[in-house]
Design a protein around this ligand. Structure first.
Ligand SMILES: NC(=O)c1ccc[n+]([C@@H]2O[C@H](COP(=O)([O-])OP(=O)(O)OC[C@H]3O[C@@H](n4cnc5c(N)ncnc54)[C@H](OP(=O)(O)O)[C@@H]3O)[C@@H](O)[C@H]2O)c1
Length: 284
């Protein structure tokens, strides 16, 4: 069984490879790809095949996917025609005759109004049209989207525009574990999973950060336009600020809240509770 994990130079892809190895998949059965091999040199040293593959370079994808039984397509973090990059990978999987493609999408991708979901929707549609056997992992928000902002939270509290909406948060490595479970398990063909841990409001998240740090961290809710202005004032480029503010808008209308049962089923246990997940991610 030959498994290719793209994006293995990133956080999620690496977590998937680590989980595959922990599950006893022989290193020789795993190919880890990214745009450079340095970040995965340690995996190569453990016997994992390491191949350079760029979503913008179809020939590199053909070489990486040759002979693969299953490919995990980790969504790109490069927003220059991201859907086109994913289509290149899907086309290469078709040419290589890959038996099963697993894609990391986002919450409610095909119905969400969130700006970030447009590429995921286009990719899911391309997968559906491809005739390939697929599984879609609609990964919810990483707790690691929030924990690196602790210094800002300590200074200003949490400022946002999510209202009473909830965001399902999970440790990124648990989402990686879930992907490894799908790659090594059975019965996932054709499935679309909405994956997330505990759902919390930003007010509840602020309480968790307060508890974990022992310092009061307040939540200040502001209108979306105000939040976007605050982010621009803090130095974010306008388009990035618009995307971040749009995330909170989406949270406010429930688009990032998912039922935790599907992640728990893939993990074989409930995902780490929100407060523990924050504690673990901060410690790391
Ligand atoms: N659910 C969430 O909360 C959330 C949050 C952030 C991002 N995401 C999405 O989930 C994905 C995985 O998350 P992550 O934390 O692992 O992100 P990450 O650490 O930023 O890793 C992104 C991966 O995408 C690869 N990549 C970027 N452009 C590529 C290209 N042209 N060809 C091939 N590979 C390319 C990167 O490879 P290089 O090492 O070569 O750059 C890297 O391996 C992200 O890329 C993003 O689409 C989800």
């Amino acid at each position: 069984m030959s498994l290719v994990v793209t994006g293995a130079t990133g956080h999620l892809g690496r977590a998937v490879v680590e989980s595959l190895l922990e599950r006893g998949v022989p290193a020789a059965d795993i190919t880890a790809t990214g745009r450079s091999t340095e970040k995965v040199a340690d995996l190569a040293a453990r016997g994992v095949t390491v191949v350079v593959a760029d979503y913008k370079d179809p020939a590199s994808l053909d070489a990486a996917f040759a002979g693969a039984d299953k490919v995990l397509l980790v969504s790109s973090n490069d927003f220059d025609d991201r859907a086109g990059q994913h289509r290149n990978a899907i086309d290469a999987a078709q040419r290589a005759g890959v038996g099963h493609v697993v894609y990391t999408s986002g919450p409610k991708a095909t119905t969400s109004s969130m700006l970030l979901m447009a590429d995921h929707k286009a990719t899911e549609e391309a997968l559906a049209a491809s005739g390939l056997t697929t599984t879609v992992l609609r990964n919810g928000w990483y707790v690691e989207n929030y924990t690196p902002q602790l210094p800002t939270y300590l200074e200003h509290g949490i400022v946002g525009s999510a209202g009473e909406g909830k965001v399902s948060i999970a440790l990124r490595r648990e989402l990686g574990e879930a992907a490894a479970a799908v790659l090594t398990g059975e019965g996932h063909e054709g499935m679309v999973y909405e994956l997330g841990g505990d759902a919390v409001t930003l007010l509840e998240l602020a309480a968790i950060f307060s508890d974990v740090t022992g310092t009061t961290i307040a939540y200040t809710g502001v209108p979306v336009e105000t939040f976007q202005g605050i982010l621009v004032g803090a130095g974010l480029p306008e388009p990035v600020a618009a995307i971040f503010a749009d995330v909170d808008r989406a949270i406010s209308i429930g688009e990032l809240e998912v039922n935790p049962t599907e992640l728990a089923a893939l993990l074989g246990r409930p995902a780490t509770a929100a407060a523990d997940a924050v504690r673990i991610a901060l410690a790391e």
